[in-house]
Design a protein around this ligand. Sequence first.
Ligand code: TYM
Length: 332
Amino acid sequence: MPRVFSGIQPTGDPHIGNYFGAMKNYVKLGDQLGKNSIYCVVDLHAPTNPSAYDPKFLAQRTFDMAVANMAAGLDPEKVIFFVQSHVPEHTQLAWLFTVITPVGELERMTQYKDKAGKLESTPAGLLMYPVLQAADILLYKADTVPVGEDQVQHIELTREIARKFNHAFGDTFPEPKAVLEKDALRIPGLDGSGKMSKSKGEATTIGILEPLDSIWQKLRVAPTDPARVRRTDPGDPDKCLIGDYHKLFSDLPTLETVYQGCRTAGIGCIDCKKLLLGSMTQELAPIQERAAALRADPDFVRDALLQGAREARAIAQPVFEEAREKVGFLKL
Ligand code: TYM
């Protein structure tokens, strides 16, 4: 049976890129594989990027991210769901991996280059980030990693670290594969360029827990197909951000209405955006209701995370012991 692992940073409210690119896949794989699917809020990764981290908010954002995932359908009774720093073997295994990972490989990572390029002084932890990510996955001997396209390079490095470890110390770890949601590889941000990401500012993201009137304020001013200067100009929904979001949120009849309407100038951009808001409301309102109920019962969420950490540790401890012995440490 496959063993799934994935992690998500504690940004509080995940955006629709996280949701369609990764979180929906967590739920789907969880339904199929039960306790063989392991998910984690990766709080240890957060302080590696000083521009996005504030100690005052870390605990709350970690809790909120757990709530968001549970509200989106992740059932802690069914899967293993926990917070990374509650299982100390993550950092312990990461240390063992630092000694077999060339610095040159880490400096090549696109995300490292992007983030380090914006900082005056680069913390060593930012460079080591993908080593900790490899430890996250291999600590559970996971072979399947549901992620968005931006994480593929890190998963390739994980495979390389597994290979190097196995070669140096004997067969221990599988070489895991990234699993991508083909229709949601890279959800664009509201600025219409690249990938939706919190680092580009809140104005470019749509949070799954964001109030619907705030979402509407953002949609109202979002760019559409630049060829549609006047209401009477026909447009191309495949070149339109709103068209992209419709593909994620809308059912087939709504999609047909907006695609046909846009191409024939039968529907204006504002009406098209209103239909999108309707589809978003259908998907997000129930999640937001569940999140409110979970927030009203914080002990339930905390107990679930505590139980998740226990379950995770029961797998992690023997794997770390195996790795530790193979590297040659004294056993008492
Ligand atoms: P993070 O927290 O940035 O993102 C969580 C997941 O969301 C996906 N994602 C997207 N997918 C499609 N379109 C987008 N615009 C978009 N933005 C984000 C990400 O690919 C990711 O799957 N390094 C990881 C966290 C991590 C991890 C791990 C992941 C730590 N350890 C072990 C897998 C396995 C990260 O920063 O994801």
